[in-house]
Design a protein around this ligand. Structure first.
Ligand SMILES: Nc1nc2c(c(=O)[nH]1)N[C@H]1C(S)=C(S)[C@@H](COP(=O)(O)O)O[C@H]1N2
Ligand SMILES: [Mo]
Length: 193
């Protein structure tokens, strides 16, 4: 890759890796029976929506290509994903006008927060496959959020809930010293940045 390309694609303080590191807090969920799995959309919505596993898997999918940037300084370029566009899910959800922020809820109570407009960007999606393979348990099977324009900790693995809120609230890492927004291009790593 040309140096000018690298400069425009790799945020400050990041290095490029071709591996796919695994990072999370807590245990990797291993599911035996997907009939127990669901994805709940709640909070400031006119009506709560719950997707079963079969319902979510039958939503229309798209291909997404992106670069991901982890706060621990690795960047992985040219990821090819298969996933469900946020707009596809939102066709089934009626938001209340007060909704301005989103809390993503993962398995075991892990959470991360982001503004509604970042969640709704057409580059944000629900990832099901990475580079042609179904997500492995460690990378978030069956569904992970992918928000590539923010540090990768906002990309909740093992997504189970989407909560719409009027006010911003910190999720798990945001309560533990990480930045509320997390823009890699502005090095928003910690709450002091
Ligand atoms: N549910 C859940 N999702 C999570 C995390 C976590 O601890 N729990 N860690 C985040 C962090 S800090 C990073 S860098 C990425 C890592 O994703 P990967 O293991 O697929 O590379 O997942 C994010 N999503
Ligand atoms: Mo991370």
């Amino acid at each position: 890759m040309k140096e000018t390309d690298i400069a425009s694609r790799v945020p400050p303080g990041q290095f490029v890796t071709t591996s796919f590191p695994i990072l999370h807090h807590g245990e990797v969920p291993h599911y035996r029976d997907m009939s127990q799995w669901n994805l709940r959309v709640f909070g400031l919505v006119e009506e709560e929506v719950t997707f079963t596993f079969d319902e979510f898997m039958s939503l229309p999918r798209k291909t997404f290509v992106n670069d991901i940037h982890c706060v621990t300084t690795w960047t992985r370029l040219d990821n090819v994903w298969e996933g469900v566009a946020v707009s596809t899910l939102m066709e089934r959800v009626r938001l209340k006008p007060e909704a301005r922020f989103v809390m993503l809820h993962a398995e075991h109570g892990w959470t991360t927060n982001l503004p509604l407009e970042d969640f709704l960007r057409d580059t944000s999606f629900f990832g099901l496959k990475h580079n042609g393979e179904t997500l492995t348990p460690k990378h978030g099977y069956p569904v992970r959020m992918v928000v590539p324009h923010l540090y990768f900790w906002k990309s909740a693995k093992w997504l189970r809930g989407i909560e719409f809120m009027a006010e911003n609230k910190p999720g798990f890492w945001e309560r533990n010293g990480y930045h509320m927004y997390g823009d890699p291009w502005r090095s928003q790593r910690y709450d002091t940045d």
